[in-house]
Ligand binder design. Structure first.
Ligand code: TYD
Ligand code: MG
Length: 455
């Protein structure tokens, strides 16, 4: 493409790197075949064509902020992920793999947000009115104010917006929407960026709370990607294993609330159901009488969730033993294995190792370290961790057990679910003193922890 300045550039659709000539592989992010022809800025614009200045800078102290208008959907798991409720004029990106339930979630949420009195607009570029109607019936939607339009041209969408003036709008998906002012194809980086940018402007101008649905590529980035995350106020990911019914709505970015929040849903034949007590659900199928399983209280956002971590250590016939993990970081597991070998003296060479978080949940907290290490030791030693014991703590390279954040919240959740004992860092235990209903076992090192719960 030749621009006004007469220059052709090639831009990486994945990271935005620019190159004067086409390359098969992006030198910045290493993506293959990601460079596409793009535009460069033109020469400086004459003074008269610049937009008017926005006014003088003001003292932060004396600036009056308009009150945030927030509306809750009443779907607690959804509201939680948004930091309590939807902010008027905000733009929320909902990402996730195809078929995971994004359209379902947003239709249900819009229906609840609109209720009896408010107006919402669901714009689909992927499905026909008939398909959406079928789905809506299945979901039992009832709001009279929720309107559907199948439209993909941004200019037409803005016209509809002007006529209807809805409080909420959803675009399913941002990759199908295009602006007629750009010759690029829908879904291409310039289109996605331009349409998203103009939708954000529109949201700020009119106060319509906007949900953009975005597909995620195999590598886990939203297609047309990082640019979108920077433009919007909030980024939510709907994730889950399609072979399980759980769906986790994770907050990755939020200008209006905390990140790392987690909403938990279950996919049913009438849509997504809220799971208000995920711990009970995740522990429902726990096997109590076997070595290699522990329960850890993981803190996802503001809410602790109890999950079962399972490990299996078994002699291998392979020259290169297998190290397989699901739901936990494989690098972290390797580190814990090294600590167990070096500081505790367990020998894992010649053994296959498998670590798994039950229920298809993915966890990243260092507070899980002690639990993962004990699950491995428990399977290796063929000795069971008492099933009513909760385990949390970070493990360092010298085998020391460290304190983690918000122990009370974790302990409370454990007590609620019938646990009697908790193993944690000694310093943390001393700081807490007593915790009614739970016996606290403090340990300084991983070796002590193994001695305490595995004998
Ligand atoms: P969908 O919301 O279309 O996913 P996305 O928009 O993320 O691509 O959901 C698709 C899947 O959800 C589909 O495989 C069927 C399943 N589903 C149910 O199990 N129950 C339901 O009530 C609905 C509407 C969908
Ligand atoms: Mg969809």
């Amino acid at each position: 493409m030749v621009t006004r300045s007469g220059k052709t550039v090639f831009m990486c659709e994945s990271c935005g790197h620019q190159s004067p000539k086409w390359l098969g592989r992006c030198p910045q992010c290493g993506a293959w075949n990601s460079l596409a022809e793009s535009m460069t800025p033109s020469a400086p614009v004459p003074e008269g064509q610049l937009p008017p200045r926005r006014g003088a800078p003001q003292s932060l102290l004396h600036l009056k902020a308009p009150p945030e208008v927030r509306i809750a959907s009443g779907m607690e798991e959804f509201d939680r992920a948004l930091g309590g409720s939807v902010v008027q004029g905000s733009v929320v990106l909902v990402g996730g793999d195809p078929g995971i339930g994004k359209s379902t979630l947003i239709l249900q949420a819009l229906d609840r947000l609109c209720g009896e009195t408010r107006r919402g607009l669901y714009i689909s570029g992927e499905e026909s009115e008939a398909q959406i109607k079928l789905r809506a019936d299945r979901l039992g939607l009832t709001s009279p104010g929720l309107l559907i339009a199948c439209e993909t041209c941004l200019e037409n969408i803005f016209k509809i917006l002007e006529e209807l003036k809805p409080q909420f709008m959803a675009l399913d998906s941002i990759q199908t929407i295009y602006t007629a002012t750009l010759p690029a194809a829908p879904g291409s980086l310039p289109q996605v960026r331009e349409t998203a940018f103009r939708l954000v402007q529109q949201a700020k101008l009119t106060g319509v709370a906007t949900f953009l649905i975005g597909h995620v590529t195999k590598e886990g980035a939203i297609a047309g990607p990082m640019v979108l995350e920077h433009l919007v106020d909030t980024v939510l990911y709907l994730e889950g294993d399609r072979s399980h019914a759980f769906r986790l709505l994770r907050t990755v970015k939020n200008r209006f609330g905390p990140t790392q929040e987690l909403g938990v849903f279950e996919m049913s034949d009438t849509g997504l159901l809220e799971v208000s007590n995920p711990s009970a659900l995740f522990l429902a199928e726990r096997s109590l009488e076997v070595p290699g399983t522990v329960v850890v209280p993981s803190l996802e956002g503001s809410r602790p969730i109890l999950v079962e971590v399972q490990a299996l250590v078994s002699p291998t016939s392979l020259a290169l033993p297998r190290r397989q993990t699901m739901g936990v970081d494989p690098g972290r597991v390797s580190l814990l294995v090294a600590v167990l070998e070096k500081r505790v003296g367990l020998g894992f060479s010649g053994q296959d190792l498998f670590v798994n978080v039950a229920g298809g949940v993915r966890l990243t907290e260092p507070a899980l370290d002690l639990g993962v290490a004990l699950a491995l030791a428990s399977s290796y030693l063929e000795r069971q961790v008492p099933p009513d014991t909760l385990i949390f703590g970070e493990v360092g390279l010298t085998g020391e057990v460290r304190a983690v954040s918000q122990p009370e919240a974790r302990l409370k959740e454990g007590r609620k679910l019938g646990f009697h004992r908790a193993l944690l860092a000694k310093r943390q235990q001393e700081r807490l003193g007593e915790f009614p209903g739970l016996e606290l076992l403090g340990v300084d090192t991983l070796a002590q922890a193994i001695k305490k719960v595995l004998g």
